[in-house]
Structure formats: structure tokens, C-alpha cells
Design a protein around this ligand. Structure first.
Ligand code: CP
Length: 302
């Protein structure tokens, strides 16, 4: 595998290899000296056409821990604003002897397009509403860490499924690892093709929480909504908001996840997000080890 474009394209064995490699890097990250020389001769460009906090910083830290040389590109402030195309932009970056591209783009399929036209390895750091493969890997890795294994676990993905690349990549990853997956949200925020993916569909959030071992809570992606969707944020919170009172009323303690950024008080209350059953910051911590593993394994394919 030369690229990581999506979870759809990789096998359960690939995911297990990434997890085992991430286990080793997580052990390294807990040492006083966190740096290894593995990618000393590799140069990586982080090419971000969309905003990011977690993904961008954790890729950058992963690259630094692996001793890679890195350059960071943001579309804002670049010659993209003068009309330069995606392919010209990336080819100009590659002309500076860059080996690998980590790219986030607002258009679904942008990294797949690039992979057909350039020789460097590409890692998809999120393409529109399509896939966010490293997020799904770190999510599944975090479930494995908290519950021992992913196989056989019931995971409910709750929220704006229609606009979420995290949802699609999570569905692929969790199914490949043997979990049962449910999606839950207002019918207006569920894609029409969702049942074809072999997931359970539930419109009632309480029923979803009663069913699952893990709830992966997603935000309402207002920036991707072309029109005024039902429900409004206030209605969403009323019918789908998850708070500690609701969690405490269940007859079991489920694990709460969120890929971030959280809209506190909308999809998740602060008392739920900051509770001991939430592993949201563990997900962020695991993102560095997972991204080290992905970069390390792809670099051997340069
Ligand atoms: N989870 C995630 O992709 O967060 P960022 O948009 O901050 O990278």
C-alpha cells in the first residue's frame, strides 16, 4: 500500500499491523526521550486546505518524533488564493524534493485524484464529507485500549452522519475489526445510502445509548450544510443532546468518544464530555502514535 486514502481500501490485517506498530510507538512516547530516527531521510509536506487543530498538530508531532523534515502549507496565505490549481500546488511542493504529502481538502476525492497524478505517498487527513482514515484508526485503537478489543463491541455513532467523514471511516474500520455499528441522528442528517453499509439505524438517542457499549458523538457540521437543515441547534440539543443525567439513567456505564471539536452544550454537555467515562483526550493522545505508525509503514513504500 503506497497511500492511505481511506479505510475502505485497506484490510483488517493492515489495521492490525498499524495498531501493533502504534503500540510500539506509544511505548516510545512514554519514555523521557520520545524521538526515534526512523524517518531521518524523509521530507513530509502537510498540505491543509481546511482548518484543523488535532489532525494537523498530531501529524506534525508524529513527524517530529520520527525525525522527519517537515514543511507546512495552508491554503490561506498561499498562491491558491491567486488561482493556482491543486495539482500545480502539490507538484511545486514535490519539486522541492518532498517524499510524502499529508493532505486535508474540502472536496471528497481530492487525495484520490492526486494519487493518480503524483509519485509521492499520500495520507488523507480528511477529504470533505468522505473519509478521515487516521481518525477512524485512532478511534478504534482507543476502543481497543479501553475495552480490550474491538471485535464484538457495539458502537453507536451519534449525530450529523450526513456531513461526517469521521462516521464513514469509523463504519469501515469498526466493521473490518468485527464490531457491530449503529448510526443515530435526525433522519434529515442521515445519508440515504446508510442502510446499504450494513449498519443499524436508530432515530431515538436513548435507545441507541441503551444498545451500545461505546457512543462516538459527532458535532453538527454547520460549515458543510448548504441549506437550513432541520433540526436547529436548539432542537438538536433538545432531542439528541447527551448529558450526564441521561448517561446516569442507563443501567450500564458506556464509553463516550468525540473526534473534536466539541460544540459543548449542543451534542455533548460539559459534565458528560469531562466525565471519567469519556476518553476524548485519550483519543487525541493516541492520534500521535497512530499517525507515527501510518507514516512509518508508508515510508518503507517510498
Ligand atoms: N478530529 C479532527 O479532525 O479535528 P481537527 O479538525 O481539529 O483536525
Amino acid at each position: 500500500v503506497r497511500h492511505l486514502l481511506g479505510i475502505k481500501d485497506i484490510t483488517p490485517a493492515d489495521i492490525q499491523l498499524i495498531f501493533e506498530t502504534a503500540d510500539n510507538f506509544k511505548e516510545v512516547l512514554n519514555r523521557p526521550i520520545k524521538k526515534v530516527p526512523s524517518l531521518r531521510d524523509i521530507t513530509i509536506a502537510n498540505v491543509f486546505f481546511e482548518n484543523s487543530t488535532r489532525t494537523r498538530l498530531s501529524f506534525e508531532l508524529a513527524q517530529k518524533r520520527l525525525s522527519a523534515d517537515i514543511v507546512n502549507f495552508s491554503a490561506s496565505g498561499s498562491s491558491v488564493k491567486k488561482g493556482e490549481t491543486l495539482l500545480d500546488t502539490v507538484n511545486n511542493i514535490l519539486a522541492m524534493k518532498v517524499d510524502m504529502i499529508v493532505m486535508r481538502h474540502a472536496s471528497a476525492g481530492a487525495p484520490h485524484f492526486l494519487s493518480k497524478h503524483i509519485k509521492a505517498n499520500i495520507v488523507n487527513a480528511g477529504d470533505g464529507t468522505h473519509e478521515h482514515p487516521t481518525q477512524a484508526l485512532l478511534d478504534a485503537f482507543s476502543i481497543r485500549e479501553r475495552l480490550g478489543e474491538v471485535a464484538g463491541k457495539k458502537v453507536a455513532i451519534i449525530g450529523d452522519i450526513l456531513h461526517s467523514r469521521v462516521a464513514l471511516s469509523n463504519i469501515f474500520a469498526l466493521q473490518k475489526l468485527g464490531a457491530e455499528v449503529m448510526v443515530c441522528g435526525p433522519v434529515t442528517l442521515l445519508p440515504r445510502y446508510i442502510s446499504a453499509l450494513g449498519v443499524k439505524v436508530e432515530l431515538n438517542v436513548r435507545k441507541a445509548l441503551e444498545w451500545c457499549d461505546v457512543a462516538n458523538v459527532l458535532r453538527i457540521q454547520l460549515e458543510r450544510q448548504q441549506m437550513k437543515y432541520f433540526p436547529s441547534l436548539r432542537e438538536y440539543t433538545l432531542y439528541y443532546g447527551i448529558n450526564k443525567k441521561l448517561l446516569d439513567s442507563l443501567d450500564k456505564e458506556i464509553v463516550i468518544m468525540h473526534p473534536g471539536p466539541i460544540n459543548r452544550g449542543v451534542e455533548l454537555s460539559s459534565d458528560a464530555a469531562d466525565s471519567k467515562q469519556a476518553i476524548i483526550l485519550n483519543q487525541v493522545e493516541n492520534g500521535v502514535a497512530i499517525r507515527m505508525a501510518v507514516l512509518y509503514l508508508l515510508a518503507s513504500q517510498v
